[in-house]
Structure formats: C-alpha cells, structure tokens
Design a protein. Structure first.
Length: 248
C-alpha cells in the first residue's frame, strides 16, 4: 500500500489543496499526523477535507487545545491567539470530529502515526536523547512497528536506529526515494503542510510504500499570498502570515 503521510496542516487550505493535488494520483491511502487546525484561517474546511479523505488521523497538540482538552498556557502568544480564534470558529461537527481523534494509531505493515513522539503528543524530537528514548519506547511497547511517523517540529527528518545508536539520514533523502532497511526501526517526520519550517515555503509531505519499504519526501508550492490575506482578514497575528513566505 502506498500512503501519503501529511502533518501540521494548521488550517492552511491552500497548502492542503496543493498537497492533495500532488498526492492523490500517487497514493492509495492518506494518514494525517495531527494539528489540522491552528495558526491559519480555514479550520473547518481543513477538518472536512481530512475527515473525508484520510484513512488514519490522530490528534495534535493544537487540535487538543482548540477543543479544550489541553491547556494552552505552554503555547507562545501567537499560537494562543490563533487557538482562541479557532475555538470561536469551529462548528459543532468539526468539534465532534476533533474530539474523537486518538493520540496514536498503527496502520499497514509496521506503520505508526504519532504527533510529537510515540509516547507524548507534545514532545519535540530534536535531541538525540529524546530520539533514543522514543526508539526504546517503540521496542518495548510496539515491537512490530518498523516506521513511526511523527510531526510537531514542522521539519522533515528521518532517523534510523542501529546497534551503534541513532543515525540521521538526511543526506540526499529529499531528492529521491529512500529504500529502508527491513531489519531497522525508523522515526520519520514528513514536515508540515501548512506552516513549513525547513527554510522553503513549499508545503511538505511524504509518500510511504509499506510493501517496497520506501519513503519519498515531496515539496509542493502553493498560493502563499492567498493564505496570508486570509490571516490578515481574520485579524490573526501578522507574524503568522509573514513566516509563511520564508518557510520559518
């Protein structure tokens, strides 16, 4: 099965539609790693697309904050403002859908969806120690999972667990499909659809083939100016619009 793995849409409808247009001819199923809402101005539209299209969807920390199941005092001021605005915009149908989302899910042949990490929705996997701890958690709790997909940082990454320790596989992985080793375990971040932070405004996602055991990162341009105009019109923080054009 070939999956399109998307994450951190953050209510950016233009980016989501561009990614769907790129992915649908290639993917047989869709997996969403959470944070459907937050930051941008089309939360209900993005929820409906995810609900209709995705075969596997989990909750992110912004989704949880928007429905009131997570405190927002650990978010920065711009994020808190966007969460408060999003709460006012969400329809009863969107709220009901977000409330029913699990925090993790397994799928296909050895795949797993998580948001921050397999053990914590709000954990940032940026330091080697936390990455090692996540691999240990997978080994103990989900021994059949070979590829755990995470979001949250908005930065495309791929880590491999080897007998010698954690290895980052960044060199060249964005220019061609990567063949994974069936004897190894992986943590893989597809980057963000709706608020890229990899230094390029293009929306990011990946294609995962669980039979061939390959991943291919995809970067899709979208109408950034349209998304920015919607942020301005909604009176959301200007910085949320400005960051989109630089991919930070």
């Amino acid at each position: 099965m070939r999956y399109a793995v998307i994450s951190d849409i953050h209510a950016n409808l233009e980016a989501l539609l561009a990614v769907l247009g790129d992915a649908q001819p290639q993917a047989e199923a869709f997996v969403c790693l959470g944070d459907i809402v937050g930051y941008n101005a089309n939360p209900n539209e993005c929820v409906r697309f995810v609900q209709d299209l995705c075969d596997v969807t989990i909750a992110g920390n912004h989704d949880q904050a928007a429905i009131g199941s997570r405190r927002d005092d650990d978010f920065n001021s711009h994020a808190r403002t966007a969460i408060a605005w999003t709460r006012q915009q969400l329809t009863p149908a969107s709220l009901a859908y977000l409330r029913c989302l699990p925090t993790t899910a397994t799928f296909g042949r050895g795949g797993m969806a998580a948001h921050g990490s397999p053990r914590d929705t709000d954990e940032y996997l940026v330091h080697r120690r936390s990455i090692q701890q996540s691999f240990a958690y997978l080994q103990d709790t989900f021994p059949d999972v070979r590829c755990c997909f995470v979001g949250h940082t908005h930065v495309p990454m791929i880590w491999q667990c080897t007998p010698q320790g954690v290895v980052s596989l960044l060199q060249g992985v964005f220019s061609h499909p990567v063949l994974l080793d069936r004897s190894r375990r992986y943590l893989i971040n597809p980057g963000s659809v709706g608020q890229p932070r990899h230094g390029d405004p293009a929306a990011s996602y990946l294609l995962f083939d669980d039979e061939a055991l390959t991943v291919a990162f995809r970067f899709v341009p979208y109408d950034v100016a349209m998304t920015q105009e919607k942020i301005y019109d909604a009176l959301l923080p200007v910085a949320l619009a400005e960051r989109l054009e630089v991919g930070r």
